[in-house]
Write a protein that binds this ligand. Structure first.
Ligand SMILES: [Zn+2]
Length: 159
């Protein structure tokens, strides 16, 4: 939605100008930093974020909408160094869930559901492969993987 100067609401063009979708981590250190680094401005790209930029069914769902409805032609998976999803302690989370009255057994495999990662680079490469090989994703889409260094801002292309 775009607010007109006259205060009205313009539902106008919601298609991303750069025909780009970015899948990245929810890490607070990436807010603004990543878009600046990629030269992506408001209206340029669809940005899909979750903990650890893991390609879940819901990410695929958003990409399907971005590709088939919004003209996205390129997908960038951008991971980052020092990702918190590498160091999460599933047992500790389970303990905290129980302490606060949540049921950690709501899913058959909490560890898998939480999506702990072993390596930031491998996680990005695996994500790119999942998107490229997914039956819902057309073959004419460009999918690339990157890793951003949260300290130096260096953006490295992985695949
Ligand atoms: Zn992260």
């Amino acid at each position: 939605m775009i607010l007109n100067t006259n205060g009205g609401i313009n539902l106008g063009n919601v298609k991303p100008k750069k025909k780009l979708a970015i899948v990245t981590c929810m890490d607070a250190r990436l807010v603004n930093f990543l878009s600046e680094k990629l030269g992506v401005k408001r209206g340029d790209a669809k940005v899909i974020k979750n903990a650890g930029n893991i390609i879940t069914d819901d990410v695929i769902r958003s990409l399907v909408v971005a590709i088939y409805c919004l003209g996205v032609e390129k997908v960038m998976v951008v991971g980052h160094t020092d990702c918190g999803m590498k160091s999460i302690d599933v047992e500790e989370i389970k303990k905290k869930m129980i302490e606060r009255g949540a049921n950690p057994y709501f899913t058959p495999n909490l560890k898998c559901w939480l999506g702990k990662i072993d390596d930031e680079e491998k996680n990005v490469i695996e994500g790119v492969n999942i998107i490229k090989n997914h039956p819902a994703i057309p073959k004419d889409i460009t999918v690339e993987g990157y890793l951003i260094d949260v300290e130096t801002g260096e953006l490295k292309k992985l695949c």
